[in-house]
Design a protein around this ligand. Structure first.
Ligand SMILES: [Zn+2]
Length: 152
């Protein structure tokens, strides 16, 4: 039996790599580089624990438990990344849309940017609540071709 077959046989029924593994991998290197400067023995111990945990998970035969750990990790990751995702979305759509959460039913609404700045009233399509918003941004009129400049 060659090495590859042996390895495949050894890994059979074992958990392997997942998103939590990748996160731990990055975390390990991040801490490793930070520790090059601050040289803390606590970080060294944390990193040893991380490596042991990583290998333990990869070779574990309790697939159900490892999947559960990964699920928990993904859940907290999503919670933590939510505000960043929102900021990204708002920035990306800043020229076209305004986002507003309904105070009654907590539905997020996407509203087209109005032609004029100021107070605007909208009705939530989910619960019918009247929402008042103050919009500072307005739709911009774009000049495609300036006729005056073109003329001589
Ligand atoms: Zn609503």
């Amino acid at each position: 039996m060659d090495f590859k077959t042996k390895l495949l046989k050894f890994m059979y029924g074992r958990y392997g790599v997942d998103q939590l593994y990748r996160f731990l991998f990055i975390l390990y290197f991040l801490l490793f580089f930070i520790n090059l400067f601050i040289k803390s023995s606590i970080i060294t111990y944390i990193n040893i624990i991380i490596v042991i945990f990583m290998f333990y998970r990869v070779f574990s035969k309790n697939i159900y438990k490892r999947q559960l750990e990964n699920k928990i990790y993904l859940k907290y990751k999503n919670i933590l990344l939510k505000p960043i995702k929102k900021l990204k979305r708002n920035y990306h759509d800043r020229k076209q849309y305004v986002y507003k959460k309904c105070s009654k039913c907590k539905t997020t609404l996407r509203l087209p940017l109005p032609d004029k700045r100021g107070i605007k009233h909208v009705v939530c399509p989910e619960c019918g609540k009247k929402i008042t918003l103050f919009i500072l941004r307005q739709k911009k009129i774009e000049i495609i071709r300036n006729r005056k400049e073109g003329k001589k």
